[in-house]
Design a protein around this ligand. Structure first.
Ligand SMILES: Cc1cc2nc3c(=O)[nH]c(=O)nc-3n(C[C@H](O)[C@H](O)[C@H](O)COP(=O)(O)O)c2cc1C
Length: 193
């Protein structure tokens, strides 16, 4: 690549490899600990991320589809519950245009201090209008008036994947796939060599 290498003679390849991967202590999570429903697990992991002082534990990467390509950006999770996972934005944004065309999205969390990743994937709907305006009115920049340009979107999850990092690199990975009113649990953890 045509970029400036560090002055001290090391390569970017070496420097990137030298970055420590995980904290010394991470919570344990085994497939046998997985509940039938992914929501309480998400709640527990978010609670533990907040308790472990993860900065902006409500931060995630939202991916949408822009024509033939994925498009991603950092957003804040606004709420979650049995009806879905909420994020808010302006209707004039690229992501709002992309969602009008292809109403599907993926939300990706990574909490460094606990070594945990969660992906939430599914169709996207708009939250009810009163929830949209309530969210707008709670913003620091709100002038107290309704804002027709504001929208809260909701992912109705079809798939939720959890990863607990392990120092051994054999990370615990599970996937929940919605089947009607229930969830099918699949173990994605790599088999032991
Ligand atoms: C930490 C962080 C949080 C953000 N939260 C939001 C958010 O909740 N809603 C939002 O519309 N943009 C948020 N942004 C800005 C988005 O990343 C993005 O730049 C903007 O929404 C335009 O994206 P788009 O052009 O893909 O629609 C945030 C950025 C950062 C760095």
């Amino acid at each position: 690549m045509n970029i400036q290498e560090p002055q001290d003679g090391t390569s970017w390849r070496d420097r990137l490899r030298s970055i420590p991967a995980f904290p010394d202590e991470m919570p344990d999570f085994e497939v046998a600990d997985a509940p039938d429903d992914p929501l309480p697990l998400f709640e527990a992991w978010l609670t533990e991320a907040m308790a472990t002082q993860v900065r902006q534990a409500n931060m995630m990467t939202l991916s949408t589809i822009d024509g033939d390509h994925p498009a991603a950006r950092t957003l804040i999770l606004k709420d979650f519950g049995p009806s879905g996972f909420d994020f808010a934005t302006a209707r004039t944004t690229a992501k709002a245009r992309q969602l009008a065309e292809r109403p599907v999205a993926s939300m990706l969390f990574y909490w460094t201090e606990t070594g945990r990743q969660v992906e939430v994937r599914g169709p996207v709907v708009e939250a009810p209008e009163e929830e949209i305006q309530a969210d707008w009115l709670q913003r620091p920049s709100s002038d107290g008036q309704p804002n027709p340009n504001w929208v809260v979107y909701r992912i109705e999850p079809e798939v939720i994947e959890f990863l607990q990092s392990k120092h051994s690199r054999r990370h615990t990975r599970i996937r929940y796939a919605r089947e009607g009113d229930a969830w099918r649990l699949e173990n994605l953890t790599a088999p032991e060599k």
